[in-house]
Design a protein around this ligand. Structure first.
Ligand code: DGT
Ligand code: CA
Ligand code: CA
Ligand code: ZN
Length: 590
């Protein structure tokens, strides 16, 4: 029996919570399961060992009853309670939970009153008026359900970088450790750090293709084998993503890596440049046109010997183009004219600002967050818990915010100047663009992140006006998660991004690059415009747990895709320099 994974256990707990909700069980019981599922997602210890030693109850969020269920799952790979519960439900019901805006109460009503238990049935009933006719539903709900079904179909087969990175890195790491493997890389959209990817593309250089392919298709992460050939194999991982493996000879590696990194549009231009020089470029070689295998060669026409990707770009009279930039958005012209930016790197970051603690909806305390930031080598950490209107997120009222400011002051005294916590707030932007806290309170904070968490369905003009009004407040240091999008789950709300960028430039407001892999908002495609207009970026993990500080890595990938350098990202500034950036808007306002 393959050992059951932590993610699988979390899924089962989540499923139990959903079933209990449909059954209308006690909310505390339901919450116990969702909390435990969340806790497991970020648990970094050895679950099997913890279960064996009876220490599961020590994981915050896991109570005694659930600890016993996890122990049963770890020991037997099954859970009797789950199997019995599941038998009460038609299997299609669980898919309906994936639909945005469809909660357990509605799912139960659809099932009880219309006998609907699958998405196709739901689609038909939403179209023919049965859903609209149901008490508590109406035409608008039926339309929303149809939109959610369409959105789900559109996203099927796409994966957020954050959901597949661990598997991808594990596989490439293990491939590199095989003695037969000379080089191994993940190419494709993953290497280009796209926010969502379709499949994974592994490129391996080896003289033992059969051994490497065997290792790949037999790996425990693999659910099914789609193709198993001498140089190309495809599998589906248990996570659902397809992974392709291409095995090449070492001399072919730079060409295969370049080709399979893409993008397709970038490749096409590369090939045209090769053609213009009398060469042909494909995934195996750069060779003279005509007869590439010919014995007699003209040294003048022969391309230089290429040992790595850098050499390939140089052969085509280009500076090396970082993978994140290979999207045919002007990188070739910039590479030709030596105008490529020196892209920001993770090591350049000195601190970060949008982070939560247990005071609102975070799961780590202030002290734990500060310790984790120091451990990562950061010089400062901004705490921005939710403001009072975000009731569900346990937003802070005035008193609790003032107390937190004092708590941060006291904590800072323990750091002797080498590390600092900045006191901020993630303040809700009301529907009319006013803020959730009055100016005299905001004034007492080191900085303010202003974000939209409600009234998402305004028109584009209303939403744009709302955000601009917020930015006009001199206390608003930065705009949080600009569009509110949840990748593959919730579309961005309507907002005129160029107008927001203009307003950010005019008011001196920073725009956040929210590094949470579910958001990655503002999108990379807009950063070149922001940079051109003189708007500065701040990369924030929106951490709700110490582990989430690692999200900065995804933020850096997106900043690099947006052509940003360390000079464009304010949180590359060290302690001692960053304070002036935080104070700039207030100073200007006098
Ligand atoms: P994905 O998987 O949809 O997120 O995006 P990619 O870019 O990883 O695309 P994928 O996996 O279909 O192919 C990997 C790379 O292979 C792609 O970025 C460029 C190259 N490639 C694939 N098909 C073609 C093609 O028809 N022409 C050219 N020039 N390149 C291609
Ligand atoms: Ca791919
Ligand atoms: Ca592929
Ligand atoms: Zn937020």
């Amino acid at each position: 029996m393959a050992p059951i994974t932590k993610d699988k256990i979390a899924d089962i707990l989540e499923n139990i919570a959903q079933m209990l909700e449909i059954k209308g069980e006690n909310v505390f019981k339901i919450r116990a399961y969702t909390n435990a599922a969340r806790a497991l997602e970020t648990y970094t210890g050895d679950l099997v060992a913890a279960a064996g030693e009876g220490r599961l109850g020590e994981i915050p969020g896991v109570g005694k009853a659930i600890a016993e269920k996890i122990t049963e799952l770890v020991a037997t790979g099954q859970l009797a309670y789950f199997e019995i519960l599941k038998a009460e439900f038609p299997p299609g019901v669980f898919e309906m939970f994936d639909l945005q805006g469809l909660g357990p109460k509605k799912i139960k009503a659809l099932w009880d009153k219309l006998g609907i238990t699958t998405i196709p049935e739901l689609e038909a009933a939403s179209k023919d008026g049965r859903v609209a006719g149901l008490a508590g539903f109406g035409k608008k709900t039926a339309d929303n359900i149809l939109a959610a079904i369409q959105s789900r179909a559109k996203h099927a087969g796409r994966f957020r970088l954050g959901s597949i990175a661990a598997d991808a890195e594990r596989m490439v790491g293990e491939l590199r450790e095989l003695p037969e493997v000379l080089q191994a890389t993940i190419a494709g959209s993953y290497r280009r750090r796209k926010e969502v990817v379709g499949d994974l593309d592994f490129i391996v250089a080896t003289n033992a293709p059969a051994e490497v392919s065997d290792f790949f298709v037999k790996h425990e992460m693999v659910e099914s084998v789609i193709a198993h050939g001498a140089t190309k194999s495809s599998v589906r991982f248990k996570s659902g993503i397809q992974a392709d493996l291409r095995v090449v000879k070492n001399a072919e590696h730079p060409f295969a890596l370049n080709y399979f990194t893409g993008s397709k549009e970038h490749n096409i231009i590369m090939r045209q440049r090769a053609l213009a020089r009398g060469w042909t470029l494909n995934e195996y070689r750069l060779a003279p046109l005509g007869n590439p295998k010919s014995e007699i060669r003209n040294p003048k026409e022969d391309p230089p010997q290429i040992l790595d990707e850098r050499g390939l770009y140089h052969a085509l009279d280009l500076d090396y183009v970082e993978p994140e930039l290979r999207e045919d958005r002007g990188e070739i012209a910039a590479a030709e004219n030596h105008k490529l930016p020196d892209l920001v790197e993770l090591e350049n970051l000195r601190g970060t600002f949008h982070n939560h603690t247990t005071a609102s909806d975070g799961r780590s305390t202030l002290a734990e967050m500060a310790a984790a930031a120091q451990e990562l080598g950061l010089q400062y950490l901004g705490i921005a818990d939710h403001s009072k209107s975000s009731v569900q997120a346990h937003g802070l009222e005035t008193d609790r915010l003032l107390a937190q400011i004092e708590e941060i002051k006291a904590l800072n005294k323990t750091f002797d100047g080498h590390f600092r916590v900045f006191a901020g707030s993630e303040v809700d932007i009301h529907k009319d663009g006013t803020l959730d806290f009055p100016d005299h309170l905001l004034e007492r904070l080191d900085y303010v992140v202003a974000s939209v968490h409600s009234s998402f369905s305004l028109t584009e003009a209303e939403m744009t006006k709302r955000l601009i009004r917020a930015m006009e407040n001199p206390h608003v240091t930065m705009l949080g998660h600009l569009t509110g999008r949840m990748l593959l789950a919730r579309d961005a709300y309507a907002v005129n991004i160029p107008a927001i960028i203009e307003a950010a430039a005019a008011t001196g407001t920073l725009i956040e690059l929210n590094a949470n892999p579910r958001r990655l908002d503002m999108d990379w495609r807009w950063w070149p415009l922001a940079k051109e207009k003189g708007v500065q970026c701040v990369i924030n993990p929106d951490a709700h747990h110490t582990d989430h500080l690692q999200f900065l890595h995804y933020g850096i990938g997106i900043a690099r895709k947006g052509w940003l350098t360390r000079a464009d990202v304010v949180n590359c500034l060290p302690l001692g320099k960053i304070e002036a950036v935080l104070a700039a808007k207030r100073l200007r306002a006098g």
